[in-house]
Design a protein around this ligand. Structure first.
Ligand SMILES: Nc1nc2c(ncn2[C@@H]2O[C@H](COP(=O)(O)OP(=O)(O)O)[C@@H](O)[C@H]2O)c(=O)[nH]1
Ligand SMILES: [Mg+2]
Length: 351
């Protein structure tokens, strides 16, 4: 699962990347180098559960972030000037960093600009192919690609109306027909407004002001101060709390941003806990118990018998299997069970 950090030059992409990853890449240098990092998804529930079993090891869910540098600088004045790096097309979701800190900041303009550029890039990807497929169908009379053509035309129409492909309700089959195009405007987005240090105390108010940029199922928003978050990420663990206290902040915005990104990808976590390891596992929303078991080990999926499931909340109340059982809070589930975010699961399997 990959999230591409994109945005105009000097909007704070590398700063945000450093903040989420704890890495120390150079900022402010107009560099277009691509940086990658695998990030642990912070989850308080995992620590709470670990406290009950005292495991040797705690393992977090993970996602990958890329400082993708996909947009060239010229775009600010001229449309269609964008260099789309091929890396960007491989992303599962995009985090668009928007300059809201500099004296010349104009978040509304920049978000529109990024949007226009992505629309133009997708239009270009479609154009040649519509003609090509149409001709081939006419020539051969073969209809295999008729669905692809139909979906492409619908994508083209929505882009012409200056809307995003993710606003089209495509079913699974239709999505599959155009998956190869890896459309930018089909990827879920998170707009990250990068505010200045002195605005931090107002970040909640600023976030409500930007709520007009939220689009259900298409775009989420986050308000962060990249610079402060980056400084925080480079402090030793034990100094972070004082740093936050001095600023009057309770929790780093990065934690929330990472969790938002995780949800944006349609991902949820379930937990397995025992003395050797307490672990958060990543699955897609809607996975059945055997598929979730497959995330742990392929043999678990093949030999799946049943899952013994308790919610995180019930675990916190009852503390152990015995009490969960007596309170009828340990549920025996079969192969059709849909796993929920926060389920604590013990798989029974036969191999
Ligand atoms: N004041 C302030 N400056 C920032 C913030 N985020 C980034 N910058 C500055 O903006 C410049 C560009 O940052 P950088 O992360 O390199 O941007 P990129 O080109 O998008 O990767 C650097 O000089 C940063 O120090 C912020 O939250 N507050
Ligand atoms: Mg950079």
């Amino acid at each position: 699962m990959k999230i591409g950090i994109i945005g105009l030059p000097q909007s704070g992409k590398t700063t945000l990347f450093n903040a989420v990853s704890g890495q120390k890449e150079a900022v402010g240098d107009y560099s277009r180098a691509i940086h990658k990092a695998v990030i642990k998804v912070p989850d308080k529930r995992l620590y709470d559960l670990a406290e009950l079993v005292n495991p040797d090891k705690i393992t977090h869910a993970e996602i990958e972030f890329l400082d993708a540098a996909g947009f060239s600088g010229k775009g600010k004045e001229q449309k269609g000037d964008l260099e789309i790096s091929p890396e960007l097309r491989l992303m599962d979701a995009l985090a668009m960093v928007i300059d809201s800190f500099s004296p010349t900041a104009n978040p509304e303009r920049d978000i529109q600009l990024l949007r226009d550029e992505m629309i133009l890039a997708d239009m270009a990807a479609i154009e040649n192919n519509v003609d090509k497929i149409e001709r081939s169908i006419k020539l051969t009379g073969r209809q295999e690609r008729a669905m692809e053509l139909d979906v492409l035309k619908r994508c083209q129409a929505i882009l012409n109306a200056e809307r995003l492909i993710s606003e089209l309700a495509l079913n699974d089959e239709e999505s599959k027909a155009v998956r190869g195009y890896a459309f930018l405007t089909q990827k879920p987005q998170i707009a990250v407004f990068n505010i200045s240090e002195d605005k931090l105390p107002q970040s909640t108010a600023i976030e409500s002001g930007y709520s007009k940029f939220v689009q259900e199922g298409v775009r989420e928003i986050a308000v962060v101060c990249g610079k402060i978050e980056m400084e925080l990420s480079q402090l030793p663990e034990e100094e972070r709390e004082d740093f936050l206290k001095d600023l009057g902040i309770e929790r780093p915005a990065m934690e929330r941003f990472i969790r938002q990104s995780y949800h944006l990808l349609g991902l949820i976590s379930f937990f397995t806990i025992g003395p050797p390891e307490a672990r958060a596992w990543t699955i897609r929303k809607g996975f059945t118990a055997p598929k979730a078991a497959g995330a742990v080990h392929t043999d678990f999926e093949r030999g799946f018998i049943r899952a013994e499931v308790a919610s995180y909340e019930d675990y916190m109340v009852h503390k152990n299997l015995q009490s969960l059982k007596s309170a009828a809070k340990l549920h025996i589930e079969g192969k059709d069970y849909i796993v929920h975010d926060g389920d604590v699961i013990l798989f029974r399997f036969n191999i």
